[in-house]
Design a protein around this ligand. Structure first.
Ligand code: LLP
Length: 416
């Protein structure tokens, strides 16, 4: 008989979280740099000895202090917007470490990305044509939709017929013709099946679809099998098995490429969530406890403007009461201060008894937390603290006051 999962997940470094919240106020994102570095090393070690390049998809979390740590660990980057490219350049990341994965890109965006020196990853035949006009003779990577999708929610499935991404596989011949006409050298083939995949072996079928066409690309230097590695959000869930990524996806892809006439080709992977999800905690304060005939609503000083995942994807984030860790478990609807009923962190979730003023930790919020935050309802973005590997907390983004936020909105309009 297997043991039942623990009802609540223990928060990482609860004392540091409490101290940071008291010192810097809430709502507060706390990122542990040591965890980010540890995840980078786990990936590099798991794939060690193979011709592999690991890129970090910075859409998951672009907090500069963490990007510096990721760069320092030797990873490259997958960027998706001119803003991300500019940030990487400002951090001194060389363009040779950057893949630019464009979608619905304008000519101006393609020109700017090409001028940055990054390798472009294009996902539409006509955009390859446009890029050929902009940069004839350049190197390029092609993103395909292999027809195979995966992911934790339908919004994050990026392969298959409902996904807008990638060149359909039946267009391989056409895109080869376009590339040849502009002397584009197709050095990479790419796919990304989706996000939040629990078993990395599920990525093999999509990778195999690229291997099957690899023989037709004489200049091929790598196949990028995408990101998508899941993390254990729920108590008792197992961590992703990186040994399976190595054997079931990367080694098979390398073997397939060798058989297709590319014995020197590399495999690239580009996870986002895996690198940062577990390094981040959103610490909020409980301000109201509203019992109704049916349930108790626990109202916090944060909301879906600061962590959208529960609202957008029904995503599960473990909660832990930092102020009453040994309290009895009670069920709450944990909600925020945004004026919408969809503003919630969890429904009917058992958490250690909450009292007004308690600090509540929303765990595993490092990926797609702060990077998807907004100022909706004109509340400021949450402040951010990075806890350095030696335990020192650095406030890397202060919280704007209401007056500063209003001034930013007014911009050139100025107070009248
Ligand atoms: N590469 C490409 C081309 C991608 O589109 C993505 C994510 C990644 C890599 C990184 O995927 P990851 O390893 O993080 O699963 N906001 C959603 C996730 C959206 C993912 C979009 N693409 C969430 O909070 O679950």
């Amino acid at each position: 008989m297997t043991a039942p999962p623990p009802p609540v997940k223990p928060p990482p470094h609860p004392e540091l979280l409490r101290q940071a919240a008291e010192q810097f106020g809430t709502p507060l994102y706390v990122h542990f740099e040591g965890t980010v570095r540890e995840r980078c090393r786990a990936l590099v070690d798991a794939l060690g000895g193979l011709p592999v390049r690991v890129l970090y998809a910075l859409k998951a979390n672009a907090t500069p202090a963490l990007l510096r740590a990721v760069a320092d660990e030797g990873l490259g980057f997958d960027a998706v917007s001119p803003g991300e490219l500019a940030l990487l350049a400002a951090l001194g990341v060389g363009a040779d470490r950057v893949l630019y994965t464009a979608t619905s890109a304008s000519d101006a965006e393609l020109e700017a990305a090409a001028a940055s020196g990054a390798l472009l990853n294009l996902d539409d035949v006509e955009r390859v044509e446009a890029f050929g006009r902009i940069a004839p003779g350049a190197e390029v990577c092609l993103r395909f939709n292999t027809g195979i999708g995966a992911g934790h929610h339908r919004h994050v499935v990026t392969g298959g017929k409902e996904a807008k991404f990638g060149i359909p596989m039946d267009r391989v011949g056409q895109v080869l013709g376009v590339a040849a006409r502009h002397r584009l050298r197709v050095v990479g083939l790419h796919q990304h099946a989706g996000s939040g995949v629990a078993d990395p072996a599920d990525l093999w079928l999509a990778a195999r679809a690229l291997v099957e066409v690899a023989g037709g690309f004489p200049d091929l230097q790598f196949v990028n099998v995408g990101g998508g590695l899941g993390v254990p959000y729920r108590p008792g869930e197992a961590a992703v098995d990186l040994a399976r990524l190595r054997t079931a996806v990367v080694e098979r892809t390398l073997d397939g490429l060798a058989a297709a006439g590319h014995p020197d080709a590399e495999v690239w992977v580009e996870p986002g969530r895996y690198v940062v999800a577990e390094s981040g905690v959103l610490v909020v304060r409980v301000h109201t406890l509203k019992p109704t005939a049916d349930r108790v609503f626990a109202g916090t000083d944060s909301g879906f403007n600061q962590l959208l995942r529960p609202t957008l994807y029904d995503a599960y984030h473990a909660l832990a009461n930092l102020s009453n860790p040994d309290g009895p478990l009670r069920a709450y609807d944990v909600v925020g201060n945004v004026c919408e009923s969809g503003d919630l962190f969890a429904r009917q979730r058992e958490v250690q008894e909450l009292r007004r003023g308690d600090l509540l930790a929303v765990l595993d919020a490092g990926a797609y937390g702060v990077s998807m935050a907004s100022t909706y309802n004109l509340r400021p973005l949450p402040a951010e603290v990075v806890v350095r590997p030696d335990g020192r907390p650095d406030l890397v983004r202060p919280r704007l006051t209401a007056v500063q936020l209003a001034a930013a909105v007014l911009g050139g309009d100025g107070p009248s």
